[in-house]
Design a protein around this ligand. Structure first.
Ligand SMILES: *Cc1c(COP(=O)(O)O)cnc(C)c1O
Length: 464
């Protein structure tokens, strides 16, 4: 029997400096198990979730996640496989991941797929790194990434992280890309234009094909931020309207669990020219055997351990297969219908400055209410919590003052949408004092959000 190489407690203590060794027992709380269970169970109900409340958080696509997908992802054959198993003993999982690559390639119209990135933002970064490798291979040193002013903050951040320079594009009065501004900023330095379509205002930019042609004319690439794919599944494909690369957010579009910081996933799809530069390995199929293809000399390498967040991809796989192509198209049609229904019910009190009609979400403005009654988007959002609704996204995108970005998703009934609209109507009739002190039914009313974001306290000390 070999000697145990693991250090024993006493040996570890001998290695530590005197000051690092505790001299008295830690002041740990002494509680019984039921007290702890009750504490955490009660805490878990203080937050709103899709399972408890309507959650029209624009841009985030808080659709209901079918429990069936959770159950399937939890099957022992899914949950208990280990990435260090041999390929021959992982054939089922590799087949699933291979099918996922194929399906995402088909839905996007961009056939080469990497499942590795761990979130949408990570997908953006990975795709931009892929683009950088592609240009390097061609001997081109392009430095600029164009991002519209309505873009998600992750777009310019990803550009910076990829070592490129983000340049902002103006939106026109219609909320779409200002073509003159685009033309003035297009040159041989442009590596990538990142576009979200439909965009963050919930509008499909009909100029997208022309935009793509202009970018391609100067030798640049078009990146489609796929966070809004819930609006166009099976209706149109980014690869067909000019995109060269994109990411999916399975936790938005394909019912992955959402929030709490993840895990998410951010698979990316690119065209055939860019395919060789994708992270490796990808899942391949050879002689009826699935395998991890590491033999990719132009690849940028790994961006994530193993095959990505497989548990999320399994849920997405189940979601896509359980809908089928026609079902996915219906998802988007219903998402768009629900958003338009809500838009037309509330626009008389909360005008929607951009567009008469929207895709799967829209951005209303509380500017008039603020002027006439001193009620802000924040007041409305806070008061909605008292009425049992999660608030819409507020103050994003920045191009609309007092913005409230609403995305009901396809999984909500007309009754729920009506109840939400009526709550909003009632709230706008309330006194500004009531609204300023809302919410009154939550444990914490109005935290100092700036301090919470800038100086988060994420530790707990006994006695605090
Ligand atoms: C959510 C979102 C992202 C980022 O995706 P994550 O998965 O949260 O990293 C990027 N762009 C848009 C438009 C989004 O809505």
């Amino acid at each position: 029997m070999p000697d145990c190489e693991v250090l024993q407690d006493r040996e570890i203590r001998d290695l530590l400096p005197e000051t690092a060794v505790a001299t008295k027992p830690l002041a740990l709380p002494e509680l019984s198990e039921p007290d702890v269970v009750r504490h955490y169970t009660n805490l878990s109900t203080l937050n709103m979730s899709v399972d408890t409340h309507f959650y029209p958080l624009g841009s985030c696509t808080m659709k209901y996640n079918p429990k069936r997908n959770e159950r399937l992802a939890g099957l022992p054959g899914m949950a208990h496989v280990h990435p260090y198993q041999t390929e021959s003993s992982l054939q089922g999982m590799l087949e699933l991941l291979y099918a996922m690559q194929e399906m995402l390639g088909e839905i996007s119209g961009l056939p080469c797929v990497s499942l590795q990135p761990a979130a949408g933002a990570h997908g953006e970064l990975t795709a931009l790194m892929t683009a950088v490798a592609y240009f390097q291979h061609r001997g081109e040193a392009r430095t600029k990434v164009l991002t519209p002013d309505s873009a998600h903050g992750t777009n310019p951040a990803s550009a910076t992280m990829a070592g490129l320079t983000a340049v902002t594009l103006k939106s026109g009065a219609d909320g779409c890309v200002d073509m003159d501004d685009l033309r003035s900023k297009l040159d041989e330095d442009v590596a990538v234009l990142m576009i979200t379509n439909p965009n963050t205002l919930g509008l499909f930019d009909g100029q997208v094909k022309e935009i793509a042609e202009l970018v391609h004319d100067v030798g640049g690439l078009v990146y489609l931020d796929g966070a809004n794919m819930n609006a166009i599944l099976g209706v149109t494909r980014p690869g067909d309207f000019g995109a060269d690369m994109m990411h999916f957010n399975p936790h938005k579009t394909f019912s992955g669990p959402h929030g709490g910081g993840g895990p998410g996933a951010g698979p990316i799809c690119v065209n055939e020219d860019l395919g060789p530069f994708l992270p490796k390995p990808v899942v391949g199929l050879r002689d009826n055997e699935y395998y991890l293809d590491d033999d990719r000399p132009l690849s940028i390498g790994r961006v994530r351990s193993f095959f990505g967040n497989v548990g999320v991809l399994v849920r997405a796989y189940c979601y896509i297969l359980s809908h089928g192509p026609d079902g996915l198209k219906k998802v988007s049609e219903h998402a768009v219908l629900n958003a338009n229904y809500m838009l037309s019910r509330i626009r008389h009190i909360l005008p929607v400055p951009h567009g008469n009609r929207c895709m799967h979400e829209f951005v209303a403005s509380a500017e008039t209410l603020k002027k006439n009654k001193g009620i802000t988007a924040m007041d409305l959002a806070k008061r909605l919590l008292d009425y049992g609704f999660h608030a819409p996204t507020v103050y994003f995108p920045l191009v609309v003052p007092e913005s409230m970005m609403m995305e009901p998703t396809e999984t909500e009934s007309k009754e729920t949408l009506d109840a939400f609209c009526e709550a909003l109507f009632r709230i706008t009739e309330e006194s500004s004092e009531t609204l300023h002190s809302a919410p009154t039914t939550t444990l914490i009313s109005r935290p100092d959000e700036v301090t919470a974001a800038r100086k988060p306290v994420v530790t707990w000390n006994p006695g605090d």
